[in-house]
Structure formats: structure tokens, C-alpha cells
Design a protein around this ligand. Structure first.
Ligand code: EPU
Length: 349
């Protein structure tokens, strides 16, 4: 285990904001976890688990110990199609690895920044697919009592961008690996309209280029993977170039009545059916308020997507947090809809 005292967290969060932690522990194995937790206990330091740091905003310093998962490894059981990935693996590289090895289904989740261990915590989802549909179980280290245990799918309470692991508790539960069941036969999921449009336009352009006959070839998982990567690269800023944490807020779910009120004010607002009502894109609501491309010093909103807060260089976590609260208040007063952050906010007073 590598331990750093009074650690700078800027390299470990995709917003690229400066913040300090009393201590930073890089974890390579479960023995490291045990040791780190004992040390934190002896010094009465609170613990904070960080994956790739792609879904967190440090609004201030963290006066405790940050645990950084660095364990690696992927194991495939070809007979069953079960694949187990260590929490410290990069999610996108894992998606590519599965595709190369003839295990399908994760192609819609390509290019999601962050670590594999963070994927079940917020039940990552994109382009019509959520992690929970492939999830079997995970291995967990409970910092409260030092126990290692297996958590099955039914114990995870997965829902939209949420799981039992996301619930706040005094001591974190650390995912050390997760196991997925992936189909060995391609079965592309093409339900998300923007994905379908992208695939159609790619098919049309290759059709024009070849000037060939009708020969419609079936869409492959690799086609889906590439289409998702193209859409994401076009719409979302690359954290390596511009600090951001993807969607800052969750898409709110409103009642059918509220949606009808919204529809009477706006011509066909975008929406998706949800279990408890209608899901309205937070990006669209914020766009109506004029937030696309908004700037407030170095903190701002991406010019191609109103749901993405960005650090244009040198913004503080506090500035980004203030901007997020301003946006939340604006949507509340404009639409009477409450936006809930998707990003975890740490160190706010
Ligand atoms: N829209 C606007 N203006 C904007 C942004 C979006 O009008 O500035 C409209 C779009 O035109 C579209 C609708 O809102 O009609 C939905 O937009 P988009 O397809 O970009 O998806 P989203 O709902 O904003 C969600 C996820 C993304 C995920 C995409 C694709 C959440 C909070 N976000 O975004 O996840 O990639 O769907 O599935 O659910 C992330 O979690 O960090 C993330 C990027």
C-alpha cells in the first residue's frame, strides 16, 4: 500500500479541481484495505472511497483518508460467459476487452469514464442499457467491521443511477470486484433513438461511398461500440482536455400531470417512460433556461450539452458547486422541478 499524507487530490478527480486530503491510500489488495482502515481508525480519520474520480466534485478539502482502488485483473469463464473484473480496472478498457473476447452487451456502455468498481455503485447506464441487466454479484470489503462478503444482485437494489451501495453510511463499503454474465451471441440493443440515428447515418454514408446494392448487413456489437464512441466524443467533453464529471444531475422523474403541464408550455418536450412517471432530460430543462455554454469565471457549462458542468481551467470546487446550486434553483423556480445531483459532492459546508 502506498500512503501519502496531506495529499493533493487534483490528479484524482476528473473536474481537475484542487483539494487536499489528510491522507491518501492506494489499495492493491484486500490486505491493504484492512491495513488502511485500521490506520484511519487509530487516527480517527473518516474514509472516502474514490474510483476513477470521474463522478465526484470536491467543493472543499476532505479531512480524512481517501482510498484509491488500484487492484487489477479480469477473469473469464468461457463455459458460462461469466466475467469477473477487479474494481481498479478502467471501465472502458474492460468493455473493449469483453468485445475482443466475444462477450457482448457492454458496447452501449463504451467510453464511460471511471473504474469498473464504481459501475455498480451508481448502476451506470447509457444508450438504452444499464449495468444491472448483466450484473451477477460483487465482492465487498465492509470498512465498518473489516468483513469480506459477496453481495448478490437482489441485495443491490438497483434503480436509475442508484443502488444500495450509494446509500450514505458511516463507513464505506468497498467493491473489490464484480461478476457479470455476458451473452456470447451478439444481441445489439438499438432502442435508444440517438443511437439508432447514428447507426442509420453511418449505414447511409457507407452505402453512398460504396454505391453498392441494397445488401443490408446486420448491425454488429462492434458497430454499436463505434457509434456510441462517436456520439459521446461529439456530445461530451473529454475529461483529459476539459475538466468535467459527465452529467451533473440525474434526469428527474415527474408525474404524468406535471408532464402535461410542461407539454402545454413547450412544443413536445423530450421524455422517456419511467416506472414511476415520465423521465424528462435535465439537459433539456437547463437548455431552456439558457445554460448551454454559460460561463461564470472559470466554472461553466459545456457549449454542446447543458447538463455538463465544466472547469475551463483553474475553477475551484466551491465555484463549480455554487454554479450547480444556481442551476438547481433556476430549474426549481422555472419549472417547479427539483434536480438531484448525480455527482457526489464532497467537502461542502
Ligand atoms: N438536450 C437538450 N439540450 C441539451 C442537452 C440535451 O435539449 O443541452 C436534449 C437532447 O436533445 C435529447 C435529450 O435532452 O432530446 C436527452 O439528451 P442526451 O441524449 O444527451 O441524454 P441525457 O439524458 O442528457 C443521459 C445520461 C448520460 C448518457 C446519455 C445517453 C443521465 C443523467 N445522463 O443523458 O450519462 O450518456 O443519457 O444514454 O442519465 C453520465 O451519467 O455522466 C452521462 C453522460
Amino acid at each position: 500500500m502506498k500512503l501519502t499524507c496531506d495529499a493533493e487530490l487534483q490528479p484524482y478527480n476528473s473536474f481537475g479541481v484542487a483539494a487536499r486530503a489528510a491522507c491518501l491510500a492506494e489499495i492493491h489488495a484486500s490486505e491493504d484495505l484492512q491495513q488502511a482502515v485500521e490506520l484511519a481508525e487509530s487516527r480517527e480519520l473518516p474514509l472516502l472511497l474514490l474510483g476513477g474520480g470521474t463522478n465526484v466534485l470536491f467543493a472543499g478539502d476532505f479531512p480524512g483518508m481517501v482510498l484509491l482502488m488500484r487492484n487489477r485483473g479480469v477473469e473469464i469463464d468461457r463455459e458460462s460467459g461469466l466475467v469477473t473484473v477487479a474494481a481498479g480496472e478502467n471501465w472502458h478498457e474492460f468493455v473493449q476487452f469483453c468485445l475482443r473476447n466475444g462477450l457482448y452487451g457492454l458496447e452501449n456502455l463504451a467510453l464511460i469514464p471511471g473504474s469498473a468498481g464504481a459501475a455498480p455503485v451508481q448502476n451506470i447506464g447509457a444508450y438504452g442499457v444499464e449495468l444491472e441487466s448483466f450484473f451477477v454479484e460483487l465482492e465487498l470489503f465492509d470498512c465498518a467491521d473489516g468483513s469480506l462478503r459477496t453481495m448478490a444482485r437482489e441485495d443491490c437494489n438497483f434503480s436509475y443511477r442508484d443502488s444500495a451501495l450509494k446509500q450514505p453510511r458511516p463507513q464505506p463499503q468497498v467493491v473489490s470486484s464484480l461478476t457479470l454474465q455476458l451473452p456470447r451471441e451478439p444481441a445489439p440493443n438499438l432502442h435508444y433513438p440517438a443511437l439508432m440515428e447514428e447507426l442509420e447515418s453511418a449505414a447511409n454514408s457507407s452505402f453512398c461511398a460504396e454505391r453498392s446494392g441494397v445488401a443490408e448487413s446486420p448491425v454488429t456489437p462492434q458497430d454499436v461500440f463505434e457509434a456510441v464512441c462517436r456520439i459521446r466524443r461529439r456530445k461530451l467533453p473529454d475529461p483529459a482536455e476539459i475538466g468535467n464529471a459527465g452529467s451533473f444531475f440525474k434526469n428527474p422523474i415527474i408525474s404524468q400531470d406535471e408532464f402535461e403541464q410542461l407539454s402545454s408550455r413547450y412544443d413536445s418536450p423530450p421524455s422517456f417512460p419511467a416506472k414511476e412517471g415520465v423521465k424528462v432530460p435535465a439537459g433539456w430543462l437547463l437548455d431552456q433556461c439558457g445554460y448551454k455554454g454559460y460561463e461564470k469565471g472559470a466554472a461553466g457549462v459545456y457549449e454542446r450539452h447543458a447538463l455538463i458542468l465544466v472547469n475551463r481551467g483553474g475553477a475551484t470546487g466551491k465555484e463549480l458547486h455554487q454554479l450547480a446550486m444556481e442551476m438547481q434553483n433556476r430549474v426549481q423556480s422555472e419549472f417547479g422541478i427539483t434536480l438531484e445531483p448525480e455527482v457526489r459532492i464532497v467537502g461542502a459546508h
